[in-house]
Ligand binder design. Sequence first.
Ligand code: AP5
Ligand code: MG
Length: 192
Amino acid sequence: MPLNVLLLGPQGAGKGTQATRISSEYDIPHVASGEILRAEMAAGTDLGNRVRDVIGRGDLVSDDLMIELIRARLEQPDTDAGFVLDGFPRTLVQAEALDSILSGIGRSFSVVFSLQIPDEVAFERLRRRAQLEERADDTDEAIQRRLDLYHEETEPLIEYYRTRGRLVPIHGDRSENEVFAELQSALEQVPA
Ligand code: AP5
Ligand code: MG
C-alpha cells in the first residue's frame, strides 16, 4: 500500500524539517508547495515572477494556481509508492480540490499529522531561521501575516480532516528527534 502522508501546521511548526526525515526514512518524495514556488522564483520562470511579490508579503498564492501545481506534481509516477505533502492544502477550497485529485489517482491519506506549536515559538524559530537562510518571507511583518492567514484559512482544516478520520495531533514544541519519534510510532500503525 502506498504511504500518503499530510503534514499540517503553522509556519515554523517543523513541517519541512519532519517531512524531509519521513521522505528519507520511508523513501517517498517530499512534495512541498513552498519549495516548488521557491524553485520557480530561483529559476526566474514566468510563474516564479508572478508569485514573488505575493510570497514576499506573506500572502497566499491563488487557489487555482496552487491546485494545478499540486495536481501536476502528484500525478508524476514517483508518487506511486506514496508521498509526504507539506504546505498544501491551506484553504478549504484547496482541501476539497485535493480530495478530488486523490480520488482521481485512487488514493487517500494514510495519516494526517497536525503539528502544533504556540505562535511565540513559531516567531522565535522563524527569526532564527532568517539569520541562517535567505527566505524573503522571514521578516517580522511577513511572519505575522503568514500566521494570521494560518489561523484564518488553514487552521479550520484540522477539523476538516478530524471529521474524515486519520488525524493525529502532534505536540511540536519539542526537539526534532522527539517529534520525529512520535511521527514514526504513528506511521508504524499504518496498515502495510
Ligand atoms: P511554505 O514554504 O509552505 O512556508 P510556511 O508555511 O510559511 O512554513 P515554513 O516553511 O516557514 O514552516 P515549516 O513548518 O516548514 O517549518 P520548518 O521545518 O522550516 O510557504 C511559503 C509561501 O508560499 C506561503 O506563505 C505562500 O505565499 C506560498 N504558498 C505555499 N503553499 C501555498 C498554498 N498551498 N496556497 C497558497 N500559497 C501557498 O522549521 C522552521 C524553523 O524551525 C527551521 O529553522 C527549523 O530548523 C526549526 N525547527 C524545526 N523543528 C524544530 C524543533 N523541533 N525544535 C527547534 N527548532 C525547530
Ligand atoms: Mg516549510
